[in-house]
Write a new protein. Structure first.
Length: 135
């Protein structure tokens, strides 16, 4: 079970790294409109990438991110970082002999599917679980 959690965390970190790169290296259009524009809640974002088929736009990138979307991404990234740190701490403490053989990283970090979406769950005390999902 620990290997599945580790693989899931690696996948989440990879996804967030790609999102970070798209945001950092993309072209943002903030505040564009005219006198008829009434909805300023979205920004425009374009990111072109090279591939074997040539230059193209990422189909997975949200092209009109809202502040809410960006806030959810940041919240999710924070929880993933906490999950990675918790996983690593347990592995380190086991190697140093501070934790017994019956303590596993998957006791404190879980990746579950609920409603067709993957959720990262983490706890520091074994009972108060925090959860985040990302699309």
């Amino acid at each position: 079970e620990d290997n599945e959690v580790l693989a899931g965390l690696a996948n989440e970190v990879r996804t967030l790294t790609n999102l970070r790169n798209d945001w950092a290296h993309g072209t943002w259009f903030v505040g564009y409109g005219n006198e008829e524009t009434t909805d300023w809640s979205k920004a425009g974002l374009m990111r072109f990438k090279n591939s074997a088929k040539g230059v193209g736009r990422s189909t997975k990138l949200e092209s009109e991110p809202t502040a809410e979307y960006i806030d959810r991404a940041a919240t999710h990234a924070s929880l993933v970082a906490d999950a990675v740190n918790t996983f690593g701490l347990i592995v380190t403490m086991r190697r140093l002999g501070s934790l017994g053989e019956n303590t596993h990283p998957s006791d404190r970090v879980r990746i579950v599917k609920e409603g067709g979406r993957r959720h990262i769950k983490v706890t520091q005390d074994g009972s108060n679980w925090r959860s985040s999902e990302w699309t």
